[in-house]
Design a protein around this ligand. Structure first.
Ligand code: UD1
Length: 333
C-alpha cells in the first residue's frame, strides 16, 4: 500500500514514516519544510534502511497536490501538516485558519478527484477544552480556547460533513495527548527553534545547558502536588497508533474518533524528577505564575483505541525521558 504522509518530516510525522517503512508500506512525503528539516529524510532512511519519496510542496497548493496524486497511486493519506504553536495562533489567527483549514479542504478535494477515500487525521486533546471530568472519553463535549485548537475542531467538523455527504469516504480522527520522547536511535526527535513553549523541549534545553532554568507555571492547581498534570505519550507509541488507524480506516466507512494517550497523568514535578533520575542530571527550576489558558489536569481514557484499534501505549515515562535526553545530547554534540 502506498501512503501519502503530509508533514512527514515533522516530529510525529517522521516517527510515523519510520513505523510505516518498517511495516513495508510505500511512503510518499509531502512537506513544505516550514518547521522541519530536509536532513530528516536521510535519518529516516538510515534507521529503516528503506527509501521514501519526497515532494517539497504546500498542501494548500491544489495544483501541486494534483500532480502528486497523478504521479503516485495513493491508497490512503495520513495528514499531519499544520501549524501548531498555540501562542502564535493567538497572534496570527488568519495565518492559522488559512493554513490549517485550506490545506485539509484542498487535500480532500484532490483525494476525491483521484478516488482516494481513506484519511487519518492528526487532531489533539485540545478539542476537549477544559474537561469537566477525567479521564477524557471521546464523546465528551468539545470546545477550544485558542485559534490553533479551533482549527483542529473545525477540521474535525469539516471531515465529518465530507463523510456524511460521501459514504465511501472514511476518516479516522486521532486526538493526541502530550507527545514527547524521541526515536531510540537519537536521530529523530523534537528540536524547536528558539525558546520552546512545551515542557519536555524546555527541560531538554535546560539539561544540555542551553537554558538556565525551567519555569514551572503554577504549583497551586488542585492536583497531587499543585503542578499541572498531563498524559505524556512516547512519540513511537503514537506513531504506531497511526498504523493501527490505517488498518481500521481501510476496513470502515464514515468517521471515527480515538484518543491516543496512556491514560496516566503525571505532574510537571513528576516529569522533572523522572528526567533527573533516569538521566542523572539536575534540572534547576523556579515556580512562577500560572500560564494563561492552562488547565489543571488532562488525561485520556484510552479504552476505545485499545478495543477498536487494538492499540495501546507501552513505553514508560522513564523511557520518554531517556530517549528525549539522548536525542538532545546527540543534536548538541
Ligand atoms: C500544549 C498546547 C496544546 C497542544 C500540546 C502539544 C497550550 C496551552 N496547549 O499542551 O494545545 O496540543 O501542547 O503538545 O500550549 N509547563 C511548565 N513550564 C514550561 C512549559 C510547560 O510548567 O516551560 C507546564 C504547563 O503549565 C503544563 C505542562 O507543563 O502543566 C505541559 O505543558 P505543555 O508541554 O506546554 O503542553 P500542554 O499545555 O498540555
Amino acid at each position: 500500500m502506498k501512503i501519502l504522509v503530509t508533514g512527514g518530516l515533522g516530529f510525529i510525522g517522521s516517527h510515523t514514516c519510520v513505523s510505516l517503512l518498517e511495516e513495508n508500506y510505500e511512503v510518499v512525503v509531502v512537506d513544505k519544510l516550514s518547521n522541519s528539516d530536509i536532513s530528516v529524510i536521510d535519518k529516516i532512511k538510515k534507521i529503516t534502511n528503506k527509501n521514501l519519496k519526497f515532494y517539497q510542496a504546500d498542501v494548500c497548493n491544489e495544483e501541486e497536490l494534483d500532480k502528486i496524486f497523478s504521479n503516485e497511486k495513493i491508497d490512503a493519506v495520513i495528514h499531519f501538516a499544520a501549524y501548531k504553536a498555540v501562542g502564535e495562533s493567538v497572534e496570527k489567527p488568519i495565518l492559522y485558519y488559512e493554513n490549517n483549514l485550506i490545506s485539509t479542504i484542498k487535500l480532500c478535494k484532490i483525494m476525491k478527484k483521484h478516488h482516494c477515500n481513506k484519511l487519518v487525521y492528526s487532531s489533539s486533546a485540545t478539542v476537549y477544552g477544559s474537561p469537566k471530568e477525567l479521564p477524557i472519553k471521546e464523546d465528551f463535549p468539545l470546545s477550544t480556547t485558542n485559534p490553533y485548537g479551533t482549527t483542529k475542531l473545525m477540521t474535525e467538523r469539516i471531515l465529518k460533513d465530507i463523510c456524511l455527504a460521501d459514504p465511501t469516504f472514511s476518516v479516522i480522527i486521532l486526538r493526541y495527548f502530550n507527545p514527547i520522547g524521541a526515536h531510540e536511535s537519537a536521530l529523530l526527535g523534537e528540536d524547536p527553534n528558539g525558546i520552546p513553549n512545551n515542557l519536555m523541549p524546555y527541560i531538554m534545553k535546560v539539561a544540555v545547558k542551553k537554558l538556565d532554568s525551567l519555569n514551572i507555571f503554577g504549583n497551586d492547581y488542585d492536583t497531587k502536588d499543585g503542578t499541572g498534570v498531563r498524559d505524556y505519550i512516547h512519540v513511537v507509541d503514537l506513531a504506531n497508533g497511526h498504523l493501527k488507524a490505517l488498518d481500521k480506516v481501510n476496513n470502515t466507512e464514515g468517521i471515527n474518533y480515538y484518543n491516543l494517550g496512556t491514560g496516566k497523568g503525571y505532574s510537571v514535578l513528576e516529569v522533572v524528577k523522572a528526567f533527573e533520575k533516569v538521566n542523572n542530571v539536575i534540572i534547576p527550576y523556579t515556580i512562577v505564575a500560572r500560564r494563561k489558558g492552562d488547565i489543571a489536569a488532562c488525561y485520556a481514557d484510552p479504552t476505545k483505541a485499545k478495543k477498536e484499534l487494538n492499540w495501546e501505549a507501552v513505553k514508560t515515562l522513564e523511557e520518554m525521558c531517556k530517549d528525549s535526553y539522548n536525542f538532545v545530547k546527540n543534536q548538541n554534540k
